[in-house]
Design a protein around this ligand. Structure first.
Ligand code: IPM
Ligand code: MG
Length: 352
């Protein structure tokens, strides 16, 4: 197959980790006889620096014309402590999600046996945990009306969802659960929030169409607790945008490093694949960031983007081997040798 990939490295460690994902993609393409064309696009602080817009039109056109978007990270500390900044790198990420219609963000949480001792949780809680968080990505507070009033002294964000938005993400989640262990947990705050009551109402109405899926409803505060007290409870979790943002950072600790978790964002146009970690500016340019999340995002690209399961598995197997053989970056090295970002990337590519 001839694959056209939009490469969006972004800011901070984004370019370093995406470069390793490209090595893995090239290795898989060579092994399975695919040809890959890459086209770079700017999103985030680098795009603001280049043209004053975090998601330039040219980048959008490149993404729309590609089969998949391989994304790094966006963000730059120079914007974080300036609440008055009018343009922000994160606007680029939100814009790309919205304009590509990426309403579903799929974040699998897998654990690696040899890393169980790296988790802040007890080994017996972690071993065997294997679940998927499905986060709604283009609605809720992130995109609802926001503003200031009373001369700037009152601020508001609106957590707004339409029935259609809720239905399409729940449909995806029910189907996902049906292909896994058939257990869906709908996470909301229906005891307080009206938007959550709509989610719960819609989910309850859909239950009869998926008779083989066992559904339970959990308040988000309880889910936050359950993620660290008994993560093996979960199979597929589905939730709205803001709750999903928070819970997936929490969930990323379970496996031992945030640098391990990949994600796929799918919806109306080109799908996007990105590590769940951010731009980690403290590490930028040092060749120390963990590239595994970006490399596993490339595996998700083959699987979810193109239905090429063997190609995805070839990447996953090589990643698992690198971890088993302790070819890991400093976040996972413990007292052992820490490999650089590019060394880990080279090792995984050659293993493929
Ligand atoms: C994520 C990130 C983004 C989000 C930021 C960078 C805007 O935290 O992908 O989880 O909040 O969605
Ligand atoms: Mg986040």
């Amino acid at each position: 197959m001839n694959i056209k990939i939009a490469l969006v490295p972004g800011d901070g460690i984004g370019p370093e980790v995406v470069a390793q994902a490209v090595k893995a993609v090239d290795a898989v393409a060579a092994k399975f006889g695919h040809t890959v064309e890459y086209k770079k696009a700017l999103v985030g602080a680098c795009a603001i620096d280049a043209c004053g817009n975090a998601y330039p039109e040219e980048s959008h056109e490149t993404c729309m014309a590609s089969d998949a978007v391989l994304f790094g990270a966006v963000g730059d500390p120079k914007y974080d402590n300036d609440p008055t900044a009018k343009v922000r790198p994160e606007q680029g990420l939100l814009a790309i999600r919205k304009r590509l219609g990426l309403f579903a963000n799929i974040r699998p949480v897998e654990t690696f046996k040899s890393l169980a001792d790296k988790s802040p949780l007890k080994t017996e809680l972690v071993e065997g945990a294997d679940f998927v968080c499905i986060r709604e990505l283009t609605g809720g507070m992130y995109f609802g009306e926001k503003g200031r009033k009373d001369g700037g002294n009152t601020a508001y964000d609106t957590n707004i969802y339409t029935r259609a938005e809720v239905e399409r993400i729940l449909k995806l989640a029910f189907e996902f659960a049906g292909r896994r262990r058939k257990h869906l947990t709908v996470v909301d705050k229906a005891n307080v929030l009206e938007s959550s009551r709509l989610w719960r109402e819609v989910a309850q109405g859909m239950e009869a169409s998926y008779p083989d899926v066992k559904v339970d409803y959990m308040f988000v505060d309880n889910a936050a607790m359950k993620l660290v007290s008994g993560p093996k409870f979960f199979d597929v979790m589905v939730t709205e945008n803001t709750f999903g943002d928070i819970l997936t950072d929490e969930a990323s600790c379970i496996s031992g490093s945030m640098g391990l978790l990949a994600s796929a964002s799918v919806g109306e146009h080109t799908s996007l694949f990105e590590p769940i970690h951010g731009s980690y500016p403290q590490a930028a340019g040092k060749n120390i960031a963990n590239p595994v999340a970006a490399i596993l995002s490339a595996a998700m690209m083959f699987e979810y983007g193109f239905g090429l399961m063997a190609e995805g598995k070839a990447i996953r197997d090589a990643v698992a081997a690198s971890i088993d053989e302790c070819v890991v970056t400093e976040d996972l090295a413990g007292g052992g040798k820490a490999y650089s970002t590019s060394e880990v990337g080279d090792w995984i590519a050659s293993r493929i």
